[in-house]
Write a protein of this length. Sequence first.
Length: 263
Amino acid sequence: MDNAKIFFQSNLKFLRNRKKLGQDDLSKLLNISRSKLSALENGQTKAPQPEDLITFSNFYKISIDSLMKVDLSRLGELKLRELEAGNDVYMTGTKLRVIAISVDANNNENLEYVPVRAKAGYAAGYNDPEYIAALPKFSMPNLPKGTFRMFPTAGDSMHPIPEGSDVITQYVEDWMSIKPETPCIVILKGSQDFVFKLVTVEKNGYFSLKSLNNRYKSYSVPGEEILEVWKYYKFMSVLIPEGEPDMHEIRRMFIELKEKLNK
């Protein structure tokens, strides 16, 4: 069992005092009772409800992860101002790690390719320079400035992009810059695979993951469960994407089905 210290109660009191608010004033702003606020600040509530965590996270513009794990009272003034401005390390995705890359003889970044056989180990080796150096690599003309990587896809959740396509992606450092429903490769903690989805960053620090294929349901994951986000740039495939059937084709199929039912 992880015995990491939880700073939630002390952080609530620290942040309230920092804003120079009394418990009465803050409870009115948050639309909660003063007794509940006092219980949360004094640690009398051992398991805060998810809605309470979201309420404080939204009000202070600090992620739930930071509210729980970081002793905010020990941070410097500059860092506190960054947090209060919404530049939370867990919200933006910045400073989570230094990305491992490889370069060519001219010190230009390579485009690394994660083959199918290496997919299962990527979540463990994504920040290991030796693992990245061992990946197949090549250069591609006309790529814009940035860090790029290619990932293989599986399944039909992003139809009409064909199954088995290779998706070229650009590394996203600031997750809050992602526009709603941006196609991305998302690397999840503890996963033996990665997902290719339409990504929307929600205000509560969760990421909504949606498929192009509406047969698959959307779902959300907390930002702290994400290791990397790579924004879609283009895909490569030996297959031509299937077009949507036109009305004449649909009518023909309907007539054939009707004839079969009549027989």
